[in-house]
Design a protein. Structure first.
Length: 117
């Protein structure tokens, strides 16, 4: 992630490279091998910047990269917002687990839904 922090834009082929790039709010183009990369990109607001490694189209890749760079400021903001939301949901999940596993609270009274912002 330290290395990714020094670049402006990422083209990643491995899931964890894409995940780390998104975590540091780098506009990212995913050339993935599995559907999980597409799902991750969609959840982070970058569904239009995905391609399958099995059927890569160079012209499309160039267009996607150019678009990614031209919208980098907006996309960084989106990535920061989505990451903050994911962190909030994760914090809620950990709080739920802690309450269920480590307290005398009645687990049936706990809400499974994340708190509304």
């Amino acid at each position: 992630m330290q290395r990714l922090a020094s670049v402006d834009t990422v083209v990643g082929t491995r899931y964890h490279n894409v995940l780390c790039a998104l975590k540091v709010a780098k506009p990212t183009l995913s050339v993935g091998y599995a559907a999980k990369s597409d799902v991750l990109m969609a959840e982070m607001g970058l569904a239009e910047f995905c391609q399958s490694a099995r059927s890569l189209h160079l012209d499309r890749l160039i267009r996607q990269f150019t678009e990614l760079e031209s919208r980098s400021g907006q996309l960084r903001q989106t990535l920061m917002e989505r990451s903050a939301e994911k962190a909030r949901v994760l914090d809620h999940q950990f709080a739920m687990l802690s309450a269920v596993l480590f307290s005398a609270a009645n687990p049936t009274s706990l809400s499974l839904d994340p708190p509304v912002k």
